[in-house]
Design a protein around this ligand. Structure first.
Ligand code: UDP
Length: 239
């Protein structure tokens, strides 16, 4: 497996839904704690970690606009949802004794630091976990794009996209027994075949900056750590 065991700084992207457990909505504290523990195992390896968490477990801009709300307003609500998820994850990481900073793309100084690039880098150097909240701060984007943007800015070696399955498949492996997992796939193939890795703007931004995306299962205990140690199955999206 290429590139394994070589990472010193990574960005972990998870969807908001990853935090809701078996509930249909919101935050499931034991699930948040479980993911925080997965992050701790990687932090213990000395890897510098940034996180971006989506907001889909609470609110999605597209949902709101489908119900007649102005898209930009709905998107700002979605961004605020990511702040709640970030605060929940910060609390869970602190319960694991990991120093954590939430950095928001929308200023709200009472709850999170503003985004100042060099300051964020300094946190990483001090082995603090950073959670980037409020996406890019702009409507019409997603947290996948925010993850790609921040990973580039922080000079992360790769984005780790934690999902429910251990990589990118040619069709939904939960529905088709003969679905095949890609070991490696190019950005262009992901775009052409509409393989649901991340949205197109995020993939294009990763492609234009040669930022690999590693898609892996977050449901596997120790899976995140394993992949950084060179074990386990995943898909590597690259140029
Ligand atoms: N969002 C946005 N700009 C951003 C990031 C997010 O407007 O830069 C809004 C958008 O409405 C999105 C919502 O926040 O639907 C939640 O983010 P996302 O859908 O990416 O969450 P996930 O699917 O990863 O849980």
């Amino acid at each position: 497996t290429p590139q394994a065991g070589k990472y010193s700084r990574v960005l972990l992207k998870i969807s908001g839904e990853a935090l809701m457990g078996d509930q249909g909505y919101g935050l499931h504290p034991p699930t948040v704690a479980r993911i925080a523990h997965e992050v701790k195992r990687v932090h213990d390896m000395g890897v510098e970690i940034c996180m971006v968490i989506g907001g889909g477990n609470i609110f999605r801009g597209l949902q709101g606009s489908a119900q007649g709300m102005e898209r930009a307003t709905a998107d700002y609500m979605g961004m605020l949802a990511t702040v709640m998820n970030a605060l929940a994850m910060q609390a869970a990481l602190e319960a694991e004794n990991i120093h954590t900073r939430v950095i928001s793309a929308i200023r709200m100084d009472e709850v999170a630091e503003p985004y100042i690039r060099r300051r964020a880098v300094r946190h990483l150097e001090k082995k603090r976990v950073i959670i980037f909240a409020a996406g890019t701060g702009n409507p019409y984007f997603t947290t996948d794009t925010a993850a790609t943007l921040r990973a580039n800015e922080m000079n992360c070696e790769a984005i780790f996209k934690g999902t429910k399955v251990d990589g990118v498949y040619d069709k939904d492996p939960k529905k088709h027994a003969d679905a095949k997992r890609y070991e490696n796939v190019t950005y262009d193939e992901v775009l052409q075949k509409h393989l649901g890795v991340m949205d197109a703007s995020a993939i294009a931004l990763a492609r234009d900056n040669d930022l690999p995306i590693i898609v892996f299962s977050l449901d596997e205990p120790g899976g995140f750590r394993g992949i950084l140690a060179g074990e386990g199955t995943y898909t590597r999206v690259h140029g």
